[in-house]
Design a binder for this molecule. Structure first.
Ligand code: HPA
Length: 278
């Protein structure tokens, strides 16, 4: 197939045929959050594997489908499952879904993930609003020829995570009586967890949480001028900070334990979005 743009346009054209709703906000669900898709009203779902040229996840516990519909009055496209760089996909493929959703009309994206905590006072089960990220340990999703139709060659990243969306997220958390921490997320390639020495390095660089997704998606979204909000579920203490070895089981158990709260936060935040446009 031709350029990235051809592939994006082909996927978008397929979805436009299948789904009437035009999403304004995209939501990417991380581990443990899959059930959020059930909160979408007038839902129409499309499996990733039926979309020609669309990357499909191999990770256990990640479903692979879009759910289009309404949360309150906000038209959304929810991604139940995402693909990761560690699965062997190129960064270009990892961020393709974001480009497709932008082509369908999404102007902002809520990115969620599970992450290991290393910041002062971060505990398993905490929710952390991203204030910024460190993506220096993964390739940029923007490597290669630039598609001017998507965004500029050298995009500014001085404010990746939208202050007004952060404000709305804090307001939603307050309304629900949920504590919402804040911090810097660092993306690694995975799939192995970090060594304690790497965690000390990342901490020294200013990271509060570490995970294997999100920052690349945020870069791609900002390239296109989308507004970005990121929230991590701290599922475990990063390696060497806690006493026990890390496991995917622990990550899933914590994500499931706080899944209901995380879902409530997303729902309240999404329902507050239409007010931005009135
Ligand atoms: N490291 C990297 N990714 C993760 C972690 C971690 O400790 N926890 C959940 N995702």
């Amino acid at each position: 197939m031709g350029t990235v743009l051809d592939r994006v346009n082909a996927c978008a054209a397929y979805l436009r045929e299948k789904v009437k709703l035009r999403p304004r906000t995209a939501v990417v669900l991380g581990s443990g959050l899959g059930a959020f898709a059930e909160k979408v009203e007038q839902a129409v779902s499309v499996e990733y594997r039926e979309i020609p040229g669309f990357p499909v996840s191999t990770v256990q516990g990640h479903r692979g489908r879009f759910v289009f519909g309404l949360v309150g009055r906000e038209p959304v496209a929810v991604m139940q499952g995402r693909v990761h760089f560690y699965e062997g996909y190129s960064m270009e493929e990892v961020v393709l879904p974001l480009r497709v959703l932008h082509a369908l009309g999404a102007q902002r994206v809520l990115l969620t993930n599970a992450a290991g905590g290393m910041g002062e006072g971060l505990c398993p089960g905490d929710l952390m609003l991203l204030t910024d990220h460190i993506a220096s340990f993964v390739p940029s999703p923007l490597l290669g020829p630039n598609e001017e139709a998507l965004g500029p060659r050298f995009p500014d990243l001085s404010q990746v995570y939208s202050p007004r969306l952060r404000e709305l997220a804090q307001r939603a958390a307050k309304e629900l009586g949920l504590p919402l921490k804040q911090g810097v997320y660092l993306q690694t390639t995975g799939p192995n967890y970090e060594t304690p020495a790497e965690v000390r390095l990342y901490r020294a660089l200013g990271a509060d949480a570490v995970g294997m997704s999100t920052a690349c998606e945020a870069v791609c979204a900002r390239h296109m001028g989308m507004e970005v909000c990121g929230i991590s579920c701290i599922t475990n203490l990063a390696a060497g900070i806690g006493k026990t070895p890390l496991s995917h089981k622990e990550v899933q158990e914590t994500a499931d334990r706080v899944g209901a709260q995380f879902q409530q936060l997303l729902e309240t935040l999404l329902k507050s979005l239409p007010a931005l446009f009135e």
